[in-house]
Design a binder for this molecule. Structure first.
Ligand code: N01
Length: 500
């Protein structure tokens, strides 16, 4: 494929491509770089927004930062010695993504403002046809969806929310032109976004009310800036940088059993969480409010050093009385208390596609992926689905990380997908389609392992589909996922000859 012509940069002449990637977050950009490095240039990347970047483009709320160490939350093939601190802020990660796009000359492959709403596979031609919301059509032999898991902000389904006369802002749709100073502000939610945004805005605000439905487990974040000398050394000696990355990886893997398995070991982490509460909070009422009532790890463990200290401030009020409704002037709780606000900040997370495709996807015999996934998403090795040939799903079912960097999982998947694509091209196949029995065997193993994971210990979280099935996270260590995706085994696929 090394001599394949770059036909991707002339959108006006042809909308027919060898490969289409949908999405320009870490998955889409990473897959595109690796395609190019493998000598495959005939691809385009479609992006619904006006700029690349996915999560790190959209989540610009004050305080937004990564809770995975940046030296690991970045591509292994594009290390950055200049991360400013252990856990980088949002803008730095977005800048890194932009750097990757420029360095690997991906711009000419990318088409922005192109939201895809449907993809259909035609068996006779072995090609996918994608339709954009603007009515354009694109065709390709291979479709790679890289749409992310946390890309569709979810407003809470609270009665009367539409009637609120003030401003509602979701954390993933922050309005930076709207001044918060001197406003009466309510924040709904106490998840990973809330614990970052609340401490960041609290100093600006006279009265800030936080509505908590479930108290999360919160542990200290070992975050510090890197000295210039350290950055210079990592930049000059790539081997040390590699060792450092490896060290962080090992550190996370060693901690993983405390975080992901349902064993006595999680007690150690619970102690850390309780110590953290006692360290920052002396008021017994507030202490009780913030003490979690579910097993640590069942929902995402939150890393921060300023959540509890912020809740202890005199201008911040933590309300645990459940929200009854939202009316024109603010929030009303079950006990009948009315909280008037100018702004409601919804730190309420995302519509996670636990049982849905990123857009309508129609495979062989008119089968709909959404229909097939109605009771929870399933794929083979998190990537391919029987009946949906030449479709590769990045961050697909059960590929999420509970304890380390998502980028490690993404790179594992890219490695697998590239082998599949190379097979199609080398053997001139019309399509590959995973054998249903192989997919079923793989998922039966996932289901067995899932019973031992702490996410199955009884709490309610976005990790689960509505029927309780956990379709998001990988039930094991990250290196086990790498092993599962190390080889694209031809024996697991129907191979149909006769490419056009
Ligand atoms: O969303 P969440 P998030 N009434 O779903 C509450 C990643 N992330 O945006 O726990 C009242 O975790 C809900 O309550 P409950 C990370 O993977 C990463 O914070 O469901 N409350 C909860 O408190 C994370 O897991 C970083 O009872 C309502 C909150 O809103 C994922 O994104 C930073 C409600 C939602 O929490 C999502 O995090 C930020 C209602 N009707 C996010 N509906 C990094 O640092 C919801 N809630 C990398």
């Amino acid at each position: 494929m090394g001599n394949e012509q770059d036909i991707s940069n002339n959108f006006s002449e042809t909308n027919d491509h060898r490969i289409i990637i949908v999405g320009t977050g870490f998955s889409g950009v990473g897959a595109a770089i690796k395609l190019k490095q493998q000598g495959i240039h005939s691809f385009i990347i479609l992006e619904r927004a006006g700029e690349i970047g996915g999560t790190w483009r959209d989540n610009t709320y004050p305080g937004a930062a990564c809770d995975v160490q940046s030296h690991l939350y970045s591509f292994s093939f594009e290390k950055n010695p200049n991360w400013s601190r252990t856990f980088s802020p949002q803008q730095e990660i977005q800048d890194y993504m932009l750097h990757c796009v420029e360095k690997y000359q991906l711009r000419k492959h990318i088409r922005l403002n192109t939201p895809i709403n449907r993809a259909t596979f035609a068996e006779n031609t072995g090609r996918w046809t994608l339709q954009s919301a603007h009515g354009e059509h694109f065709t390709a032999q291979v479709l790679v969806t890289a749409c992310g898991a946390l890309s569709n902000p979810a407003l809470p389904s609270i009665k009367g929310i539409d009637t609120f006369a003030g401003k509602i802002m979701h954390t993933a749709q922050w309005d930076h032109d709207y001044p918060l100073e001197n406003k009466r502000i309510g924040v709904i939610g106490t998840g990973a976004s809330a614990i970052q945004v609340v401490p960041a805005i609290a100093p600006l605000i006279k009265n800030l009310t936080v509505f908590q439905r479930t108290a999360p487990w919160v542990v200290p974040k070992a975050d510090k800036p890197y000295r210039q000398g350290t950055k210079n050394m990592l930049g000059r000696v790539p081997f040390i940088q590699k060792l450092y990355r490896g060290y962080i990886y090992l550190l996370n893997e060693v901690r993983a059993p405390l975080i992901i398995f349902d064993t006595f070991l999680s007690k150690l982490l619970e102690k850390e969480g309780l110590r953290n509460i006692n360290h920052y909070i002396s008021d017994p009422i507030l202490k009780k409010k913030v003490t979690p009532e579910f097993k640590v790890g069942c929902k995402r463990i939150l890393l921060t050093n300023d959540w509890y200290s912020t809740l202890s401030k005199s201008n911040v009020d933590l309300v645990t009385d459940p929200i009854l409704e939202i009316n024109k002037s603010g929030v009303v709780t079950k006990e009948g208390t009315e909280y008037p606000f100018d702004v409601i900040i919804a730190a309420t997370g995302f519509d996670v596609p636990t049982a849905a495709a990123p857009f309508e996807i129609i495979g062989l015999n008119g089968a709909s992926l959404n229909e097939q996934w109605r009771d929870g998403a399933e794929a083979h090795r998190g990537t391919t689905v029987s009946g949906f040939p030449n479709l590769f799903i990045m961050m697909g079912p059960n590929t999420g990380s509970g304890s380390t960097s998502m980028v490690y999982y993404i790179e594992s998947q890219i490695h697998y997908i590239l082998q599949g694509i190379q097979l199609i091209l080398d053997k001139n196949l019309k399509y590959v389609d995973v054998i249903q029995e192989c997919q079923d065997t793989f998922n039966a193993r996932i289901e067995r392992k899932m019973k031992k994971m702490v996410w199955s210990s009884g709490c309610k979280s976005w990790y689960q589909a509505s029927n309780g099935k956990i379709t998001t996270l990988w039930p094991g260590f990250s290196w086990q996922f790498r092993l599962a995706t190390r080889r694209f085994d031809q024996k697991e696929y129907h191979k149909v000859m006769g490419q056009r």
